[in-house]
Design a protein around this ligand. Structure first.
Ligand SMILES: C[S@@+](CC[C@H](N)C(=O)[O-])C[C@H]1O[C@@H](n2cnc3c(N)ncnc32)[C@H](O)[C@@H]1O
Length: 348
């Protein structure tokens, strides 16, 4: 085996381990089979096994590119013999799955999926973001202006369109077809009204909920049917009122937003979820510096909040953190999983 091929096969095995740990055993099996058995008899196999040296195939999420393409074919009914093995069917035998998978690997429709990085927009995270907004509204009882970095399709910019049970506290729209109820420990967040005066986001590659829904759905692991169902509901809601997500780099965009005068009686909220560590280091540093600078000029009637649902460097968990100005106080609000399914609420 040549060295790049070894790296590619190892990347599929590593991805399989992550899928197992994150509750996606079917996708794990798919990755193992592809890593073990993919050959050079198809154009797809040749492109995968000689993955260009522009990066680590695991970091490039090569296995997930291919799994996304397969899921897309299955979802649109173009691979019925493979589809019969996909969840919610019972976990298949490896040999049966491979027999169904092998012919599909010759489908040229899979090739474009190798060219693009997987992109998601996880609406389960709205439960954490809404909890953070409740804390902000508790401290400053006035409308909020949301500025979301790495917003993807912008589905979490419309988080007040969803209904929530946050540790027993009901929030959001009680009539919403999308209900989010994470497993919760600790007290609930404050019982406050959240009024949104403005919302706008940025992404390097903004997706349109009316056209790109199937692409987003394809990257959700088929094992996780509840995530797929809530994404479908959020996409349908957003199609009627598409969120405003500009194309651009987060730092450049935020600089322009923060240069606009802050309205009195409105709290400006910069927020992001599972996005910051994808930003280049220079972008991260610029954002951190410019928010601190804007915070220094914030006032009690025009405060600034920075709400982050991220994993911190050297930390093996996701957290919800909030910084508020004019005081500059920093709060650790919650420890959580990456998809908004589990929340350990830490704030009093
Ligand atoms: C894992 S997704 C998370 C999307 C969304 N925040 C969520 O929670 O579902 C990360 C997003 O960050 C975007 N992104 C990466 N680098 C960026 C940058 N420099 N500026 C703006 N967006 C960026 C990606 O395009 C992608 O949509």
């Amino acid at each position: 085996m040549t060295e790049p091929e070894e790296q590619v096969r190892a990347a599929f095995v590593t991805q399989a381990g992550w899928c197992d740990r994150l509750g996606a055993p079917f996708t794990a099996l798919l990755c193992r089979l592809l890593g073990d058995r993919l050959g050079r008899s198809t154009e797809l196999g040749r492109q995968v096994l000689r993955w260009p040296g522009n990066g680590d195939p695991f970091v490039d999420a090569l296995a997930l590119r291919l799994c996304g393409g397969l899921h897309a074919l299955v979802r649109r009914g173009d691979a019925p013999s493979l589809a019969q093995f996909y969840p919610p069917s019972d976990m298949p035998e490896a040999e049966s799955l491979w027999a169904a998978l092998r012919p599909v690997l010759a489908d040229p429709a899979l090739l474009p999926w190798l060219g693009g990085a997987p992109q998601t927009n996880e609406v389960g995270r709205a439960a954490l973001l809404m909890s953070g907004l409740l804390v902000i509204a508790d401290r400053f009882p006035q409308p909020l202006e949301l500025l979301e970095l790495g917003a993807s399709a912008g589905l979490n910019l419309h988080l007040d369109n969803y209904g929530y049970d946050l540790g027993g506290l009901h929030a959001g729209d009680p009539a919403s077809p999308l209900r989010l109820k994470p497993n919760w420990t600790g007290p609930p967040p404050p019982d406050r009204a959240v009024a949104i005066a403005g919302r706008r986001g940025v992404d390097l590659n903004p997706l349109d909920p009316r056209q790109d829904g199937e692409r987003l759905l394809a990257y959700v692991w088929p094992d996780q049917q509840a995530r797929i169902a809530r994404l479908e509901t959020a996409l349908a809601l957003a199609a009627g009122d598409p969120p405003l997500v500009d194309r651009g780099d987060a730092a450049e965009w935020l600089e322009a937003r923060l240069a606009e005068p802050a309205a009195g009686g409105v709290t400006r909220v910069v927020l992001h979820s599972v996005a910051f560590h994808y930003f280049p280091a220079a972008t991260q540093a610029r954002i951190t510096a410019m928010i601190a600078e804007a915070g220094a000029t914030a006032a009690e009637e025009s405060p600034l909040a920075w709400l982050r649902y991220e994993t911190e460097p050297d930390e093996d968990r996701f957290t919800l953190r909030l910084r508020l100005w004019p005081s500059g106080e920093e709060r650790l609000l919650a420890s959580c999983d990456p998809h908004g399914n589990r929340v350990d609420w830490l704030a009093g």
